[in-house]
Design a protein around this ligand. Structure first.
Ligand SMILES: Cc1ncc(COP(=O)(O)O)c(C=O)c1O
Length: 450
């Protein structure tokens, strides 16, 4: 936006969310990347592009088309219409998503409880739009949280109350306290949003016993949980993955948000929501929350592109509906990168992280980092506040980009941490990026000490 142009409208006269940092955050981060195209980006949480394959997109489309004809018995003209015409609001790959959830996650869902969406982002928007009935409604979210969630909540005028994450991934005492505090103030906590697996940005995962306690608390407090799981498949070890909250959910407490952006193709823009909660309507009619979400979707995006869904469907079909099987290459690349990054941090900041309370010294800055068991993200804590101006300087003077953790907190308090992502880089780029980051950190500490 330039300053000198004549104006026809004022941002102040538009929806209040439009001036909000939660909405400008993603654009700002993209702009910084565009400003410094030569910088190594440890900022983007995008999947690794070397695995993208245009020919596979066509093949997936054909595979899904054949499935419609051979497996589902559609006539060729019907199949063509399904792929090219306006279509079912809840989507056309819902049965394959249900199969995928059974195969990979042990989750049994009725395909009718699935709504296929334009990315997980639309799924979040639909759910928040549906849950926000009036001004007393609030959403709880484990902090730090995904900025896309905060932005979507802003757009539907739903305040987000942070819940402490802590080392367990969700502080249950704080969650209960926030629920009670909201209710005591006459407010209605509609749900708590969280990412139990390799959260964005913290990288933290919740263990199985804690997941069970979370579900027990949700039942006790009559609270919905919004489980967002874009990274769960990318675990670094070869042991079993903890079950998703949805897999453990026996009381329809969990609305499950899914994304194919990291596991198939971000450009397809396909995600989904499993919303099996029973909603009572006029005349005693009962149906799944999915139907209400579809009603909203019909007024937002009408239906998710069937062509894009077919690409996802084809990929699923080619791997027996297992994204675990479809992502062996990706998982090993992300695992390699995550280990490389953590080892690289340890090499560049050798005194830590085992001497956590060491005082900051210019030659040995107190730098700490998380060691996630998977996913894309590592959080580095540094002895100075990390803001957008520092990011800009990092891109310009040091040639490395990362994400200030302040973007993931819904307040203006300074945050002494940044997020590194391993997903879109090679080990060589990680080395270069870490050298540059280490130089920035050392210079910054020295500058402040002087
Ligand atoms: C936690 C989380 N949820 C949702 C999304 C958005 O997913 P999609 O691209 O499917 O809209 C992302 C993307 O980075 C994410 O990190």
């Amino acid at each position: 936006m330039s300053v000198a142009e004549p104006v026809d409208l004022l941002v102040a006269d538009l929806h209040p969310a439009l001036g909000d940092p939660a909405l400008t955050s993603m654009n700002f981060l993209n702009e910084v990347s565009e400003r410094y195209p030569a910088a190594v980006s440890l900022a983007a949480g995008r999947p690794y592009e070397e695995f993208f394959d245009l020919a596979a997109v066509h093949r997936h489309l054909d595979t899904f088309h054949r499935h419609l004809v051979d497996d589902l018995g559609h006539r060729p003209e019907q199949a063509r219409r399904l792929l090219l015409q306006y279509g079912r609001t809840k989507g056309i790959v819902h049965h394959l998503i249900a199969r995928n959830l059974r195969v990979d996650e042990g989750i049994t869902v009725d395909p009718e409880d699935v709504v296929v969406t334009v990315g997980c982002q639309e799924a979040m928007f639909l759910v928040l739009r549906a849950l926000r009935a009036g001004p007393a409604d609030v959403l709880l979210a484990v902090a730090p949280t995904y900025v896309g969630l905060t932005g979507a909540a802003r757009l539907v005028d739903l305040p987000v109350w942070p819940v402490a994450g802590g080392s367990a991934g969700a502080d249950l005492a704080d969650l209960a306290a926030q629920v009670h505090r909201a209710r005591a103030a006459g407010l209605r906590p509609r749900a708590c949003y969280l990412m139990p697996d390799f959260a964005n940005p913290s990288g933290v995962s919740i263990d199985t016993a804690h997941r069970q306690r979370l579900l027990d608390l949700a039942a006790r407090e009559d609270l919905l949980l919004l489980e967002d799981n874009p990274y769960g498949l990318f675990h670094s070890d070869d042991g079993p993955r903890p079950p998703t909250l949805k897999a453990l959910d026996t009381g329809r407490r969990v609305v499950y948000l899914g994304s194919f952006a990291k596991t198939v193709l971000p450009g397809a823009r396909v995600g989904y929501v499993v919303a099996d909660q029973r909603v009572g309507g006029p005349g005693g009619r009962v149906g799944p929350l999915a139907d209400q979400l579809a009603m909203i979707k019909s007024m937002v995006t009408v239906n998710t592109s069937p062509i894009a869904q077919a690409v996802i469907g084809g990929r699923l079909l080619e791997h027996g509906c297992s994204l675990v099987a479809a992502n062996t290459r990706e998982r090993s690349a992300y695992t390699r990168n995550l280990r490389h990054l953590v080892a690289g941090l340890a090499r560049r900041f050798p005194a830590l992280p085992d001497q956590l309370d060491q005082a900051d010294q210019p030659d040995r800055p107190a730098v700490r980092w998380t060691v996630p068991a998977g996913g894309f993200f590592v959080v580095v804590t540094v002895p100075f506040p990390v803001d957008d101006a520092l990011l800009d300087r990092s891109g310009r003077d040091y040639g490395v980009l990362w994400t200030p953790m302040a973007h993931f907190y819904d307040d203006t308090a300074p945050v002494h941490a940044l997020r590194l992502s391993v997903s879109a880089v090679t080990p060589e780029q990680i080395d270069v990026g870490l050298d540059r980051l280490a130089a920035l950190i050392t210079d910054e500490v020295t500058r402040r000490a002087g």
